[in-house]
Design a binder for this molecule. Structure first.
Ligand code: F6R
Length: 261
């Protein structure tokens, strides 16, 4: 795991955008794994800015897979993750809607929605780079504490803490769905490169547990310690509880240019 301590959310966004662009330049039909929430927004804004300025790669052949989706929202709801990703990123990058996939929350297909999503991921050849945020309780995608470290895409119930954290996107806490479809921790581990981004003091404790604590279902993001290629981009506030922060900085400063992230 490579932890990269950076200054602020904008710098995190720029470096994360560099990583995504490098993957797409290397492979025009790359498979991008996308996260929602507030953390990836500076990254998405930077990718869109560069694309509009014609300095980014073409995304015409890229395929995208969302990490998760609310269950119980009407189709096309603005806070559905499908609508959010289209609005914040893929429409502006010129990625056709049929190239952007998400778990299907239609009520009559929930029992096999997870298996269908796993099959779609497999037939796309897997994810080249997966963007990830971390919940203040250590959740990864919507794998809440206690989730199996080997889990696959399935329906889950959100904790009260996550519903409260996400109430800012809805009119009130009561409007936040209780259920979600989410890639499992085992699903996420299959992606070839995991890019975790964490910004703000509210993530400091969960991030330290994920990166420096024991691997445990009590902190689902700690499962990243098992993956061979994880990059953690973290701003000063979110790095506040990392014991080895100075060492991560030394490693990053001494990194050979050819190595990349
Ligand atoms: C979103 C997701 C969640 C968020 C996490 C952090 O697709 O899977 O795990 O990454 O809840 O959310 P923010 O970035 O809003 O703090």
């Amino acid at each position: 795991m490579e932890v990269v301590p950076l200054t602020d959310a904008d710098e995190v966004g720029r470096i994360a955008a560099d990583v995504v662009e490098t993957v797409v330049r290397r492979r025009a039909d790359a498979v991008l794994g996308l996260a929602t929430g507030s953390t990836p927004l500076p990254t998405y804004r930077e990718l869109v800015r560069r694309h509009r300025a014609s300095v980014g790669p073409s995304y015409a052949r890229v395929r995208c897979f969302n990490l998760d989706e609310y269950v119980g929202l009407p189709a096309g709801h603005p806070q559905s993750y499908r609508a959010t990703i289209a609005r914040e990123l893929t429409d502006d990058l010129g990625i056709a809607p049929d190239r952007v996939h998400g778990p299907d929350p239609a009520p009559d297909g929930l029992a096999d929605a997870g298996a269908r999503y796993e099959a779609a991921l497999e037939s796309a050849g897997g994810v080249d780079v997966q963007l990830l945020g971390i919940g203040s309780d250590g959740h990864l995608a919507f794998n809440e504490p206690g989730s199996s470290l080997g889990s696959l895409t399935r329906i889950k119930t959100l904790t009260e803490q996550t519903r409260r954290d996400n109430a800012r996107f809805f009119g009130s806490l009561d409007d936040v769905p209780r259920h979600v479809l989410t890639q499992g921790l085992g699903t996420i581990l299959r992606a070839r490169h995991l890019l975790l981004i964490a910004t703000g003091a509210g993530k400091a404790e969960a991030l330290a547990a994920a990166v420096e604590g024991p691997v445990s279902a009590s902190c689902p993001a700690s499962v990243l310690q098992h993956h061979p290629h994880v990059t953690v981009l973290v701003d000063e506030a979110a790095a506040g509880r990392l014991e080895r922060r100075d060492h991560y900085r030394e490693v990053y400063d001494a990194k050979p240019a050819w190595q990349g992230l």
